[in-house]
Design a protein around this ligand. Structure first.
Ligand code: AMP
Length: 350
């Protein structure tokens, strides 16, 4: 068990790290953030910040020496620099990042474990795209294999004419058949160092412009019917990765059962409701897991819970948000409220 006063290193400097750092502080730990950002909202609530590029191996080595355990709040941390560090300090291990960073390896990995992603194919050329369309049909979505998030790096296509040859040539892509779904949900689990696994309830997630907008409990009946199979797959993924900490898998609930969309080797926006709505939040249980502490109860504490994301300038309309005295307002401390940027969220319990 990580002794009180020990230092937890977090790779990445955004709001997930900020909320994780607040839970770490509650448990008596110090947090050291490594992030290239000039302004890190995680570092703002942490004891230390190494502001350096991911490729700065001297800075990374000094950071690792200063930390007792190291985790991530951002899944696109480059893996190569991590391999030079003491692997025993990394939780989860870098294999989870490696799999999740590339949509093709992620879908292949999950298929091998018996999961069902949308029909997919690697696309490195227009010829590959035309072959995928001939095999799986349209509509479809072409996504960059790496570095996509919040719907960025995606093209919805009805035919090959909807994406240019130069776009296809720019970076490796993956073709995905369009999934007709009734609802989207995520499975968030925590796995301890001893292999114990606990799940939070699955919310109904709705997206606007490719960005999560709302997570709501209870989810529709179809989610309840499919969550068991989705949990079983998520647990197999976590076990295959030897995972320690909180891990998220996103699913489409379809007429033929759950279709795997993607995984995140970290806490997740669709789990923010757990701060006030579950006995133990995703952030606290992530810290407990990586620190080797007993896991907390993940039970939901109310019949109805709603989490609304605050995206762009509307986030700063504080008087309106707090006009409901039951609203738990979270602002992430970001200075610039750009359109499409996640600035905060509100949770209502009960
Ligand atoms: P992603 O970043 O891959 O999670 O995509 C963002 C959102 O786009 C998802 O949450 C879905 O709402 C939608 N989406 C992504 N892939 C598909 C697909 N293959 N079929 C239908 N909708 C999709």
């Amino acid at each position: 068990m990580l002794a009180p006063g020990s230092t937890i290193g977090i790779l990445g400097g955004g709001q997930l790290g900020r909320m994780m750092a607040m839970s770490a502080a509650q448990l008596g730990y110090k947090v050291h953030v490594f992030a290239p950002d000039d302004h890190s909202v995680a570092a703002e609530v942490s004891a230390a910040h190494t502001r350096a590029d991911w490729s700065d191996s001297a800075a990374m080595a000094a950071f690792a020496d200063a930390c007792d355990v190291i985790t991530y709040e951002f899944e696109n941390v480059p893996v190569a620099p991590l391999l030079a560090l003491d692997q025993a300090k990394l939780a989860p291990g870098p294999l989870a990042l490696e799999v999740a960073q590339d949509r093709l390896s992620e879908k292949t990995f999950v298929s091998e474990l018996g999961g069902r992603p949308a029909p997919f194919a690697a696309v490195d050329s227009m010829a590959d795209l035309e072959a995928a369309i001939a095999q799986f049909g349209t509509p479809a979505i072409v996504k960059t294999r790496r570095d996509g998030y919040d719907g960025k790096g995606q093209w919805r296509i009805a035919s090959a004419a909807d994406i240019s040859a130069s776009e296809v040539a720019a970076t490796p892509m993956v073709f995905e058949g369009f999934v007709t779904f009734e609802a989207e949900f995520s499975v968030i689990l925590v796995r301890g160092r001893d292999g114990e696994v606990r799940f939070w309830d699955s919310t109904h997630n709705t997206h606007e412009h490719g960005i999560l907008a709302h997570s709501v409990l209870p989810a529709p009946a179809i989610v309840g019917e499919q969550v068991e199979a989705a949990r079983a797959l998520a647990q197999r993924i976590a076990e295959a990765l030897g995972y320690v900490g909180v891990m998220t898998c996103e699913f489409f609930a379809t007429a033929d059962g759950p279709v795997f969309n993607e995984m995140a080797p970290r806490v997740h926006n669709s789990g923010h409701w757990t701060i006030e709505g579950a006995v133990t939040s995703q952030f606290e249980n992530h810290v407990r897991a990586i620190a080797g502490l007993p896991l907390g109860d993940t039970s939901t504490m109310a019949a109805k819970i709603v989490m609304d994301n605050l995206i762009g300038p509307e986030a700063f309309d504080i008087a309106r948000h707090l006009s409901d005295p039951r609203a738990h307002l979270h602002l992430y401390g970001k200075r610039e409220a750009r359109e499409g940027r996640k600035m905060g969220h509100i949770t209502r319990v009960g």
